[in-house]
Design a protein around this ligand. Structure first.
Ligand SMILES: Cc1ncc(COP(=O)(O)O)c(C=O)c1O
Length: 399
């Protein structure tokens, strides 16, 4: 059987990360992978998470199997965090998953289980793993344009692109901090898309991997909550990787909302069955820490303060980079980095130019132009702006 294997190239992002590590230049800059970094370049363990972990270790909690739905308190607190009001929480069921990726896959399996003939609509550009996850569940995927003209979202192109969506199709939207563009949807667009979903019977699936890192925790969830308030059936995939720094613990959840309070309870058994034949139950440790942080008032306060510090650092980096561009050019697609949200933006550079940015200047972004704004510091802004403009105008790096 294994003779049928043909070599598969390493994932391009991990391949580039390997090249970054091997690069001997001390001034090299890693803007590749989507993790938050502090001013010293570290991905910190948040203080509240550390406190929760010490408390957990002292408690000697049994390592027996957890329930199929994962950590029940975590599930309740995530419902509350994501949805905010009892009217929405009553319509929802939340199940802990293996990170945000696991939430997307569980929802993909649920959709395939219920209606394998539907199409999943994902943004182009979009999160690189959306299409593979839905395809792996046996679903069809189509893309709608999500691009900037002069630094703003081309709303007409987006709505045009969605014209082919039919009843029962699923529309994947990023709650905030769109990966990879950093371009978030204004309230009017959430409203138009809600209208489209209601008119055509399309189910929105909101992927929330960065809430807290754009405009603040509550503001970042406004679009998601608006959808939940105005559309009967909504699917949500959420991650605690970035906003709690729990990347390696694999903590996330899938939330399903139905039209009437209590109606989502029917989904519980189906979700648990899907998890049972995939990974049985999700890891308990990280979810226990997340639950403690959300439940304990002092830990919650500390977490929210640190999250806000992280957000402000990203905003500061964005401002510094936008200013550095503005001092050198009036190109709107570069200056727009200042008003985009979250960790990512796309530089208007092609694959060859991104390669020159890496090789000539030691600045590592992905081949299609994505850079992680949280990977730099505001003192790097001038250097990054100089390098980007040099690459754009075909100049040689300084000798
Ligand atoms: C838009 C989006 N969704 C989901 C995920 C996956 O989250 P996790 O790392 O928790 O699996 C990511 C991670 O980068 C993401 O950017």
């Amino acid at each position: 059987m294994l003779n049928a294997i043909t070599p598969t190239p390493t994932d391009p992002l991990w391949a580039l990360t390997g090249r970054f590590k091997a690069d001997p230049r001390p001034e090299k800059l890693d803007l590749l992978i989507g993790v938050y970094r502090d001013e010293s370049g570290e991905t910190p363990v948040m203080e509240a998470v550390h406190q929760a972990e010490m408390h957990w270790a002292r408690g000697r909690v049994s390592k027996t199997y957890p329930p199929l739905a994962g950590h029940e308190t975590f599930n309740q607190l995530m419902s509350r965090q994501l949805l905010g009001t009892p009217a929405l929480i009553e319509r929802a069921v939340t199940q802990q998953t293996v990170g945000g990726t696991g939430a997307l896959r569980l929802l993909a399996d649920l959709i395939a289980h219920l209606r394998s003939d539907v199409t999943i609509w994902v943004s182009d550009p979009g999160y690189v793993n959306h299409e593979p996850i839905f395809r792996a569940a046996g679903l069809k995927v189509q893309k709608f344009p999500y691009r900037q003209v002069g630094g703003d979202l081309d709303v007409a192109a987006m709505l045009n692109g969605l014209e082919g969506a039919h009843q029962g199709d699923v529309l994947v939207l990023h709650a905030c901090c769109h990966n990879p563009s950093g371009i978030d949807m204004p309230p009017e667009l959430w409203s138009s898309l809600s209208g489209l979903c209601r008119k055509k019977g399309i189910v929105p699936l909101i992927d929330s991997a960065y809430h807290g890192l754009g405009d603040g925790l509550e503001a970042d969830l406004a679009g998601l909550r608006y959808m939940a308030e105005t559309v009967g059936e909504v699917l949500v995939a959420a991650s605690c990787s970035k906003n709690m720094g729990l990347y390696s613990e694999r903590v996330g959840c899938a939330t399903i909302l139905r039209e009437k309070p209590g109606a989502a309870d029917d989904v519980r058994g189906v979700l648990q069955g899907l998890a049972r034949r995939s990974y049985s139950m999700p890891p308990y440790h990280g979810a226990s820490l997340a639950a403690m942080v959300m439940e304990d008032e002092a830990l919650r306060e500390s977490w929210l303060l640190e999250l806000e510090e992280m957000r402000l650092r990203i905003v500061g980096n964005r401002r510094a980079l936008a200013e550095a561009f503005l001092n050198r050019t009036n190109r709107a697609d570069l200056i727009a980095v200042g008003k985009q949200k979250g960790m990512f933006s796309i530089l208007p550079l092609n694959t060859d130019q991104m390669m020159r940015l890496r090789e000539g200047f030691g600045i590592y972004g992905t081949d299609f132009g994505r850079i992680n704004i949280a990977g730099m510091s505001s003192s790097d802004a001038d250097r990054v702006a100089d390098a980007v403009l040099a690459v754009m105008s075909n100049m040689e790096p300084p000798g």
